[in-house]
Ligand binder design. Structure first.
Ligand SMILES: [Zn+2]
Length: 274
């Protein structure tokens, strides 16, 4: 097993990617440019910038259109469902998707009963509508679930057959992970895999097939253990790659090859040559 220090050195030469970030958030206003130049230098093969509402999805597309190694998604987060539910948001989303070849998925969409910022009935309808849009546009769906796994998995089972789905920043238990895998979906794993008390998530990662895992950060949120309380950024996805290779007992090279292949095929991204 490599120490983290060795892993970090090795990772400088190993291709990695972040499948879920929010670089358009104000948290990055002071140094977004520097982070984007780091990505451009090849520290990351690519980053998927994830939209949370209509205005933000537009920003994500602008970012992707101006940066070779950034891709965008178009979505309405469950928190924001009530803001759009009565409007023509699906038409707007469809127009956004058609406006750029860099749009690679619908989402994030889903159910969040932890904060309950939109009524649950509305969350559910807006979730179903976006899954149907993903199917119509032949795009994968990036799904956010918090304290709502039973309901969300029921919706996914009924509404997303034939659609590629990733349950991002997975926070459920083993049984839940197995259900997601059995439905043919993917599990997004971020820096919480490094948290001291997260043995359950590490056990999940040990058990599920590596080819169903997508690496992510959810930056600016969920920084790795040793940076808790600070802002997260996409480069920290190296902690995720490192921990997953340890848990799977394989080399970083092999692990990164598989994770990168998962991500590029899931989003239909053509990988740049290293
Ligand atoms: Zn997110």
């Amino acid at each position: 097993m490599a120490t983290l220090f060795e892993s970090e050195q090795m990772l400088d030469s190993i291709p990695i990617c972040d499948t879920h970030a929010h670089l358009s958030f104000r948290h990055f206003d002071s140094d977004r440019h520097d982070i984007l130049r780091t990505i451009e230098r090849g520290v990351l093969s690519f980053v998927v910038e994830v939209g949370i509402d209509l205005d933000n999805s537009r920003k994500c597309i602008e970012l992707a259109d101006s940066e070779d190694h950034v891709y965008a998604t178009v979505g309405v987060h469950p928190h924001d469902s009530a803001k759009v539910a009565t409007g023509k948001y699906l038409e707007t989303m469809e127009a956004f998707v058609s406006s750029s070849r860099k749009v690679v998925a619908i989402g994030e969409t889903g159910l969040d009963y932890y904060r309950d910022l939109s009524p649950r009935k509305v969350q559910k309808q807006v979730f179903i509508d976006q899954l149907n849009l993903a199917s119509k546009m032949k795009l994968p769906a990036v799904v956010h679930i918090r304290d709502a796994y039973d309901d969300a998995l029921e919706v996914l089972r009924d509404e997303a057959p034939g659609t590629k789905v990733v349950v991002h920043s997975f926070s459920g238990d083993m049984e839940c992970a197995k259900k997601i895998i059995n439905l043919g979906f993917y599990v997004g794993i971020g820096c919480p895999i490094t948290y001291k008390r997260n043995d359950e998530l590490r056990e999940v990662v040990r058990s599920i097939p590596l080819d169903r895992i997508l690496p992510e950060t959810d930056s600016p949120f969920l920084p790795p253990q040793e940076m808790r309380g600070k802002r997260n950024d996409p480069v920290n996805v190296r902690y995720v790659f490192s921990m997953i290779s340890d848990l799977k007992g394989i080399s970083l090279e092999e692990c990164s090859g598989i994770l990168l292949e998962n991500a590029t095929s899931f989003f239909g991204i053509r990988r740049r040559e290293a």
